[in-house]
Design a protein around this ligand. Structure first.
Ligand SMILES: [Zn+2]
Ligand SMILES: [Zn+2]
Length: 201
């Protein structure tokens, strides 16, 4: 894979800047799809569990995972586990088949030692770093053989708890006049209101 790859280009558009972590998630997602022998999720067929948290290095990983797997914030089929680790577990919701793809320590170390990270540590936003300082680390992730980037666990079976059916009913808040999904409506002084209005004193 290289920078001409359509998935990479789409990932870059979604993500907004060049960096090694987004491609790291992209390739992890692709590796997981391949291990399970499934296609990218056009609906909610798959669940992605990412072990990253927030405000730490390489959280951009999750955007690559979203792009590759089709598990997105909007569909609600990607979850952060908050462990501060660069690992993806992908689950096929229909069969319960699951695979864990862990980024190899030496790959993370290589990133940490890249010129790119030295600027990030000084607080320079990724978009303000010269592309030629980012590209070597990024191109490495794009081109390296999958097995050199990740430890790909065996495919195991997990129990999938079916999600609740989607709610389509809505209300109009009697205070702010905005629409809210019915399940989130509250009663305040006998009137139907949204949560922020219910919590207003
Ligand atoms: Zn990034
Ligand atoms: Zn309201």
């Amino acid at each position: 894979m290289d920078r001409n790859d359509e998935l990479f280009k789409a990932g870059l558009l979604l993500h907004g800047h060049k960096c090694p972590a987004m491609p790291m998630g992209l390739r992890a997602g692709m590796a997981a799809l391949e291990a399970l022998g499934v296609e990218r999720a056009s609906d909610g067929q798959l669940t992605a569990l990412v072990e990253i948290d927030s405000e730490h290095c390489a959280t951009c990983y999750a955007d690559g995972v979203m792009m590759a797997t089709g598990c997105t914030f909007g569909k609600g089929n990607i979850r952060k586990l908050g462990y501060g680790k660069f690992v993806l577990t992908l689950i096929d919701n229909k069969t319960g088949r699951s695979v864990r793809v862990a980024t190899r320590n030496e790959v993370i170390k290589r990133n940490q030692e890249s010129e790119f990270i030295q600027f990030r540590k000084k607080g320079v936003p990724a978009s303000k770093i010269a592309p030629e300082l980012i590209e070597p680390a990024m191109d490495f992730i794009l081109a390296e053989p999958t097995e050199k980037l990740y430890v790909i666990g065996p495919v195991t079976e997990v129990k999938v708890t079916p999600g609740r059916p989607h709610d389509f009913n809505t209300i109009i808040c009697s205070e702010c006049g905005e629409v809210a999904v019915e399940r989130y409506a509250r009663i305040k002084n006998g009137k139907v209101v949204c949560i922020p209005c219910a919590e207003k004193v």
